[in-house]
Design a protein around this ligand. Structure first.
Ligand code: 6PG
Length: 242
């Protein structure tokens, strides 16, 4: 499949490039709809971008924080202060450094009796936020796993076939195994989707994605994210791209 890539020399440049794009999206979304809604990704790669956004400077200062709403496209089913929590990583790199109202932060719940109950609760929360509208995020950030997973949609998972629920609980072959994830009906409605991919261990999976025919559904979850009315950009560092 054809990937629309932007290649940067290193993580710092990649993070700035992605943030620059997000800043444009914030301006447009607020001008058109009065708010900006983002689904964040976890993993290691976006941490640098979150830190840049939260650091003193133009990105932080020019963001109208009271108009910004943050959700997580996937979350590990661990307490919010666990080292593996995507929320915790975002709080430390970004949220604790910016004046975003608490009511605009919408983390996935991870302390209900079961992940399934938590997925149902987050699904209801997302539906409550969008009301009668479809769940159209202005920006969705995603990462890429070495076997083609994205968010917590892993190859072969029944979650990939989900058509009704917007959030499901999954068990995955990674640490930690219990996770919540948005489903393809949500990811495939996003206005802008940015994959942030860095490091040489992502080369092989990028080559595999590129070698797939555009005419067939991808065998990789990341390749199944193809919003009919949205834009997908791949932000790569040189190490991943070469
Ligand atoms: C997670 C993710 C996951 C991640 C990829 C890439 O919660 O683990 O959202 O899909 O984005 O595994 O992770 P890295 O950025 O650490 O390579």
């Amino acid at each position: 499949m054809k990937l629309d890539t932007r290649v940067f020399p290193d993580m710092d440049a990649l993070s700035r490039g992605a943030l620059e794009e997000v800043s444009d999206n914030i301006r447009d979304a607020i001008a058109q709809r009065g708010r900006f809604v983002i689904a964040l990704s976890g993993g290691h790669t976006p941490a640098k971008m979150y830190s840049l956004w939260g650091a003193p400077g133009k990105y932080r200062d020019e963001t109208p924080w009271d108009r910004v709403h943050m959700f997580w496209g996937d979350e590990r089913y661990v307490p919010a202060d666990d080292p593996l929590s995507n929320y915790r990583m975002t709080r430390e790199t970004l949220l604790s450094h910016v004046p975003i109202p608490a009511a605009n932060i919408h983390p996935a719940p991870t302390s209900l009796p079961t992940p399934e109950k938590a997925a149902g609760a987050y699904d209801a929360q997302v539906r409550g936020f969008f009301g009668a509208d479809e769940p159209v995020y202005d920006v969705t950030l995603l990462g890429l796993g070495p076997e083609g997973h994205t968010a917590s949609l892993f190859p072969g998972s029944p979650a990939l076939e989900e058509k009704q629920r917007w959030v499901v609980a999954v068990q995955v072959a990674a640490k930690p195994p219990n996770r919540l994830t948005f489903t393809l009906p949500v990811f495939n409605r996003s206005r802008n989707t940015y994959f942030l991919v860095a490091g040489k261990d992502k080369r092989e999976i990028l080559a595999a994605l590129r070698s797939e025919p555009d005419s067939q559904p991808s065998q990789y979850p990341a390749g199944r994210v193809r919003p009919a009315h949205g834009r997908v950009l791949w932000f790569l560092d040189q190490a991943a791209a070469s």
